[in-house]
Design a binder for this molecule. Structure first.
Ligand SMILES: Cc1cc2nc3c(=O)[nH]c(=O)nc-3n(C[C@H](O)[C@H](O)[C@H](O)COP(=O)(O)OP(=O)(O)OC[C@H]3O[C@@H](n4cnc5c(N)ncnc54)[C@H](O)[C@@H]3O)c2cc1C
Length: 317
């Protein structure tokens, strides 16, 4: 098992970091061998970067020997270690299924050998090796939940908690599964000093801060673009199907279309899940006898559609 950082200690039993064997599984020799057939071996020196926060379209990496550490970047660029992947552990989280900008960086620790699986081959792997696909999918979902819970790979939202724009931005980040911390400028005694450190004042609020940028009261569209949540729509590409609206109906249509091999694009103005995404618990959805939150339902449906190759363009109408 790889090493989790001190900053990532589990908070309770629902925390993915309390289930390390699922969140950061060590694959069997047999599984590692089957994955190797979809990729190629690469050698890394100590400190070599495998990927950087902010990149898009990053490949899947399985550690053969050595280690890859996953790095979280604070607002001032300070580094935290999310996890260290050892032999037969793999990198990645839900961004492997879409073109969003990735949230963390990865770096070799000591001489390291990896199997790099390029994205198209990764998609083939998931379908062709369902037992491995299931382990990877579960790990990716748990990793995103953990990033959200522990505010890793996160941005900081500062503003008056009751302001309409703070609420709008907070809802956008939450419903799109983007890790973030919130600071209520009207209640947090440290807020003024925090803002001063970035040369900001109350007139700039609400503001979204990350290592890379400061966004003063961004529109939802600008926020999605700046954080890389939005994916570019290729005007030249002819799709088989465009689904407008990623509520339960749109996501279901996308799952069925993409799983039948149709080149599918989903266009969503706000966030996947639609009205259902705002429900705290849905009791009457088929297949969930104990109920499921709208956010979890939307997250699962979104991943399912993307697993089959559907593309989701958020903040586009
Ligand atoms: C708080 C709450 C709790 C609920 N609880 C339950 C429950 O327990 N059980 C139950 O059965 N139902 C429940 N519902 C109802 C259920 O959520 C809806 O029936 C369901 O969401 C409808 O799905 P839909 O995909 O048809 O539309 P919507 O969920 O309305 O989704 C439409 C999507 O399209 C997007 N959109 C609209 N226009 C455009 C455009 N021009 N371009 C791009 N995107 C666009 C919207 O942003 C939205 O995401 C609840 C609803 C709410 C609000």
């Amino acid at each position: 098992m790889g090493n989790s950082a001190p900053g990532a200690q589990p908070v309770d039993s629902s925390d993915p970091y309390a289930r390390l064997e699922q969140t950061f599984p060590v694959l069997s020799e047999d599984m590692a061998g089957r994955i190797a057939r979809f990729g190629h071996r690469e050698t890394l020196a100590d400190g070599d970067h495998v990927f950087h926060r902010g990149e898009r379209g990053v490949d899947f990496f399985l550690v053969h020997t050595g280690e890859i550490e996953i790095i979280d970047h604070g607002d001032h660029g300070e580094e935290g270690i999310v996890h260290r992947h050892c032999a037969r552990q793999f990198t990645g989280e839900l961004d492997l299924f879409n073109d969003r900008k990735i949230l963390v960086s990865g770096r070799a620790v000591g001489p390291t050998e990896v199997i790099r699986v390029p994205r198209p081959d990764f998609r083939r792997l998931i379908v062709a090796e369902p037992d491995i696909g299931e382990i990877i999918m579960r790990a990716f979902i748990l990793r995103r939940v953990a990033l959200m819970q522990h505010q890793q790979g996160a941005v900081t939202l500062v503003g008056p908690a009751r302001s309409a724009d703070t609420v709008r931005i907070n809802a956008f980040l939450t419903r799109n599964g983007y890790p973030h911390r919130t600071i209520d400028s009207t209640a947090d005694p440290d807020a003024a000093a925090f803002l001063e450190g970035f040369g900001l004042s109350d007139a700039d609020l609400p503001v979204v801060i990350s290592e890379e940028q400061i966004l003063r009261n961004p529109s939802t569209h600008d926020l999605a673009d700046a954080l890389g949540v939005a994916v570019a729509i290729d005007q030249q590409r002819l799709h088989d199907l465009i689904v407008v609206g990623a509520g339960p109906a749109g996501l279901a249509a996308a799952v069925y279309a993409a799983s039948e091999g149709l080149d599918t694009l989903i266009v969503e103005s706000t966030a996947p899940g639609g009205q259902a995404g705002t429900s705290s618990k849905i009791e009457n959805y088929l297949g969930f006898p104990t109920g499921i939150s709208g956010q979890a339902l939307a997250g699962r449906a979104q991943v399912q559609a993307q697993k089959f190759g559907a593309r989701l363009a958020v903040s586009r109408a």
